[in-house]
Design a protein around this ligand. Sequence first.
Ligand SMILES: NC(=O)c1ccc[n+]([C@@H]2O[C@H](COP(=O)([O-])OP(=O)(O)OC[C@H]3O[C@@H](n4cnc5c(N)ncnc54)[C@H](OP(=O)(O)O)[C@@H]3O)[C@@H](O)[C@H]2O)c1
Length: 258
Amino acid sequence: MSRPVALVTGASSGIGRACAIAFAREGHDLAIAARRGDELKSLAEEIAIEHEIEVLVRSVDLHDHEDTARIVPEVLERFNRLDVLLNIAGIADLVPLREMTLGTLQRTLVVNTIAPALLVREAWAALAESPEGVVINISSLASIDPLPGGGPYGMSKSAIEGLMRSIHIESLEADAGIRAFALAPGCIDTPLLRAALDGITLPEGAEIPMDEFVGHVLDCVRGVHDEAAGETLYVVREGHLTRDQDEAMEWIRDLWSG
Ligand SMILES: NC(=O)c1ccc[n+]([C@@H]2O[C@H](COP(=O)([O-])OP(=O)(O)OC[C@H]3O[C@@H](n4cnc5c(N)ncnc54)[C@H](OP(=O)(O)O)[C@@H]3O)[C@@H](O)[C@H]2O)c1
């Protein structure tokens, strides 16, 4: 039997990189995608040898719709299956709504929402064939609690949650067996977060350890959260995960009010 295959976008850095390593450790073959091919190549060399798996490196700019749509067919050509789609790549250009340009809005929505939707379309048939077909979209607490200047980002994250709900509904309707989750983290130490915080100090407990968050992603695949398929799982602070939006908002307020 061939190994399960995961496609991970945003694998050149941060959460995507950490997830790629974790799925390699779990014995998945991988397709890893982002713009920076050199970062992907060195990651692939590291994990292929250490975990004895196959890795397809796919350099892509998710702004290029046609090239984005070619990724899944290439994954299927190489591995003949696709079991897990991890939509992790994202950007967070902060700008107040009153100064926002069409370009910022479009860039953010394309990378954070449209590209994931195109990948879902291309991956649907293979995920439906898989015994464990699952899509995990990385959202953000910004979907319910947008930071000032985070209008386009918050919009894109609300939309990726909408995409997740549509996958869930259409999968049920077609009996496709594809499970869909959105994981909405607060703060995880990555280049994206450091740029967004721009010197703001996080309150105690606000930083979610990368290993803990990656554990939540793995749990979604393992079936731990199957009763929450079609829902967003909020990860507000270390050691806490909830599917209850009101509870998540309460935790956010507690955290930031000290
Ligand atoms: N860190 C947090 O606290 C936090 C909180 C909530 C949600 N998130 C979400 O988590 C996800 C991962 O972010 P991160 O924190 O791990 O940030 P990161 O380290 O900056 O990683 C972002 C990834 O997205 C890829 N990417 C960006 N633009 C791309 C494009 N045009 N085409 C292809 N790939 C592109 C980057 O790769 P290249 O530059 O090589 O293209 C990189 O691999 C994002 O969706 C983010 O919104 C993060």
